[in-house]
Design a protein around this ligand. Structure first.
Ligand code: AMP
Length: 569
């Protein structure tokens, strides 16, 4: 493998690469940089984000720029404001030792006057989103008639977002004699048509395989029952205590719902979707980039241009409709040489989507078991012990207090002390997962053919016992105005499941005993946990008799005597 020096990069740029800690070129850089420096050609490069493609086109562009001339010599077009800022920022860093070289990002949603003023000073490299650049062209505020190189970054995204018309208008302003370089993660029909239309005999490079997912991404899928997506998601997140992830949803509503539930359940999560204002978007992204936010729940469109390097997981709460979107989603992990995991939650009837994506990626998914409550707890415990082992002790502050602390703990032996500390941190998990059912879809249900268009009446069996009911105890009752219909409605709405079978409901003066299907225990606990009924905060627990103790006294009126009824969805 060649070094940066051997690729022909000049000293000023080498100095900045060194300051960034770039030691060796990435594969896309090794292939693209010498080609661009030595030959005046058009290029179509299929490269995922995270492969170092910004430096691959940015370095030769900078090196070929005449910084003594004030004319705009290069134009980079990006699909989103975020990518535009990112690319311009990277290029500014690569060129920081070159006097007089100006790089300007031009994007919508910020002051056009400021951008006009900056353009007047003379900008050699413009990085722009098509909409705003086109606007400036129409106002006669930007001159791209001397451009020698145009780069389409993430061309597939740009076309998918419907920028074709703007691109035509922009390219009409550039000279016929120029180089055009196109970078794309996927070779879509639209990308092919752009290369045919605007490029002459381009060199084609595929870095990694055609349409392949990032090389160091593992693809896992979990088979779930329709009502279990959220609890399964929680298990997966809980099972990897260090996770830093994006959860992809299909709609704004789903994004909001998942984010709200996670927040309610105590996770450090937030939502990113199209309804947010630009300022709110920026704030969420900033929090996520700086890792003050651990989980970002997003739609595909909203996550465009979000560039984060060390995601541990990309989670497909719902699979996208097309395989190319999956490639984009999963390419957000496993970047800059790191490994990553792309996870999909799928229903039995969605298995065909996995097969389609596998074909597109030319990679196999691994079907995984949803971890049991016990497995999650064990993993959390190991991680807690790891964290505690690595905690740095500030001896200066702690040592003077130590004698007093030791005295207070004197009556506890080592084992008892460890158990107490661990429980202090850990009881929330132990409590939540105590009665957690197996969420895996049985082998039989997985093989069962699915008639599309017809909701299935039978449900997946967990542990093989379809009829098993659990009794729940709620701290609200008749006095709080609780009615059976209301309880059913709450289960239906809050759990989002709609098909939980409910058994007997005893409504007493101050409490309720409610029977419902055991396999939905986590969802039912979840559904009521943060609820208020007529101003009173509800607490719900599995009634003691389920734990082998006696049942709380039922001093109330039995509302539905022994009647079992199916909840309508
Ligand atoms: P990109 O594909 O351009 O978004 O780059 C992904 C990440 O890799 C960015 O954070 C870059 O700073 C980093 N990167 C790019 N080239 C190198 C290199 N040669 N060595 C180390 N990191 C790199």
């Amino acid at each position: 493998m060649k070094t940066f020096v051997e690729l022909g990069i000049n000293d000023d740029i080498l100095k900045s690469l060194l300051s960034l800690g770039f030691e060796d070129p990435t594969p896309v850089q090794s292939q693209v940089i010498p080609l661009m420096l030595e030959q005046q050609v058009d290029l179509v490069a299929l490269a995922q984000t995270g492969t170092g493609k910004t430096a691959a086109f940015g370095i030769p562009l900078i090196q070929l720029t005449d910084s003594r001339s004030r004319k705009t010599q290069s134009l980079i077009l990006c699909p989103t404001r975020e990518l535009c800022m990112q690319v311009a920022g990277d290029l500014a860093v690569f060129s920081k030792f070159i006097k007089g070289l100006n790089v300007l990002p031009i994007y919508g949603g910020s002051s056009i006057d400021q951008q006009i003023r900056a353009l007047r000073k003379g900008v050699q490299i413009i990085v722009a989103t098509p909409g705003r650049l086109n606007d400036l062209i129409k106002r006669g505020r930007v001159d791209i008639s001397a451009v020698q190189c145009v780069v389409f970054d993430e061309a597939d995204e740009m076309l998918q977002m419907g920028f074709q018309e703007e691109l035509n208008a922009i390219l009409a302003q550039t000279p016929a004699e120029k180089n055009t370089w196109l970078f794309s993660a996927t070779m879509s029909k639209e990308v092919k048509s752009i290369s045919r239309r605007y490029m002459s005999d381009p060199v084609e490079l595929t870095i990694g395989r055609m349409n392949a997912g990032a090389e160091n991404v593992r693809h896992d899928y979990y088979m779930v029952h329709i009502g279990n997506r959220y609890p399964a998601l929680k298990r997966i997140v809980d099972n990897s205590p260090d996770n830093y992830s994006i959860i992809f949803c299909r709609t704004r509503r789903e994004t909001n719902e998942v984010a709200s539930k996670l927040i309610q359940d105590g996770y450090n999560a937030d939502a990113l979707h199209g309804e947010l204002t630009q300022a709110q978007r920026d704030q969420v992204m900033k929090k996520f980039r700086s890792k003050n936010l651990q989980i970002l729940v997003a739609t595909d469109v909203a996550a465009r241009g979000l560039d984060v390097n060390d995601l541990t997981h990309v989670i497909n709460f719902n699979l996208p409709d097309d395989a190319a979107s999956y490639t984009h989603r999963s390419g957000r992990t496993g970047r800059a040489g790191r490994t990553g995991i792309s996870v999909a939650l799928v229903l039995a009837k969605e298995r065909y989507k996995i097969r389609q994506i596998e074909k597109n990626l030319k990679k196999k998914f691994k079907q995984c078991r949803i971890p049991t409550g016990q497995e999650v707890c064990k993993n959390q415990l190991v991680s807690l012990v790891d964290v505690v082992t690595k905690v740095e002790v500030d001896h200066e502050q702690i040592d003077p207090l130590y004698t007093e602390i030791a005295e207070k703990f004197a009556h506890l032996d080592r084992e008892e002390l460890i158990k107490k500390f661990v429980s202090r941190e850990f009881n929330r998990f132990l409590e939540y997962y105590k009665y957690a059912p197996d969420l895996n879809v049985s082998e039989k249900a997985q093989r069962r053919p699915v008639k599309t268009g017809q909701p299935r009446r039978e449900s997946y069996s967990s542990g093989g016992d379809k009829q098993q009911f659990t009794r729940f105890f709620l701290n609200v009752g008749r006095r709080d105005g609780v009615m059976p219909q209301g309880l059913l409605g709450k289960i239906n709405d809050a759990s989002g499941i709609g098909r939980i079978k409910v058994g007997k409901i005893d409504i007493m003066r101050n409490s309720v005993l409610l029977e419902a299907e055991s396999r939905f225990t986590p969802q039912i606990l979840d559904a009521f946990q943060h609820m208020t009924i007529n101003g009173k905060t509800v607490s719900i627990e599995v009634a003691r008799e389920n734990r082998g103790a006696s049942r709380p006294k039922a001093g109330g009126k039995r509302v539905s005597k022994g009647r079992r009824f199916n909840k309508a969805a």
